[in-house]
Design a protein around this ligand. Structure first.
Ligand SMILES: [Zn+2]
Ligand SMILES: [Zn+2]
Length: 189
């Protein structure tokens, strides 16, 4: 069993065509592939009155409540939500880097989502943020070159970014973390 997996999508991510109808909160909870499981659906799919239902369903399943926040435009609203943590898309633009302060001010954990896939400049990320090693995206770049220089600067989190039940794993992320000599940070002990 994995230690933790905090980046998982379900049928609440309606705009995401990779999600299959079977990828429900209850299925993820039943599979229980990690000791600590969190759901992190796309926040833009939850703002239309869906968030409370989402939060209730995730909590009733015994899982942590996260959201995946797509850049600066969503930060003010996201900071008001009673989540346990954030997954943040930080593209390489000033507004996204600056808006991180708004999420960090909530004192909730902020995980920088698949930075190698978004050209995030890790030099501009506050060290309180956690850096994701994402099983879906880690192999799509020269990850040694991308993450290597920051090994000692940040804490790292491994995640599946599962959109389908068979994605509930972290094999490639674990391989990369091992090669980098990175030890996974457990967000909720
Ligand atoms: Zn993402
Ligand atoms: Zn995602």
């Amino acid at each position: 069993m994995l230690q933790q997996d905090l980046h998982i999508h379900t049928t609440y991510s309606k705009s995401d065509s990779a999600v299959v109808p079977e990828q429900t909160i209850s299925l993820v909870a039943a599979v229980k592939h990690a000791r600590m499981v969190g759901i992190s659906d796309h926040f833009e799919n939850l703002v239309d009155g869906q968030f409370q239902t989402y939060e209730r369903e995730v909590r009733q399943a015994g899982l942590k409540v996260g959201i995946e926040v797509d850049g600066q435009a969503w930060v003010i609203e996201a900071a008001r939500c009673t989540v346990d943590y954030y997954i943040f898309h930080c593209r390489d633009r000033d507004a996204d880097y600056r808006s991180l302060d708004g999420l960090l001010a909530t004192r909730r954990p902020v995980i920088i989502a698949h930075p190698n896939a978004l050209d995030t400049d890790l030099n501009r990320i506050p060290t309180e943020c956690l850096i994701e090693i994402n099983n879906r995206y880690i192999w799509r770049s020269d990850w040694k070159q991308f993450y290597g220089p920051f090994r000692d600067r940040f804490k790292f989190v491994l995640s599946s970014d599962a959109h389908q039940p068979n994605w509930l794993g972290q094999a490639v992320a674990q391989y990369a973390a091992g090669r980098l000599g990175v030890e996974e940070h457990l967000v909720f002990q």
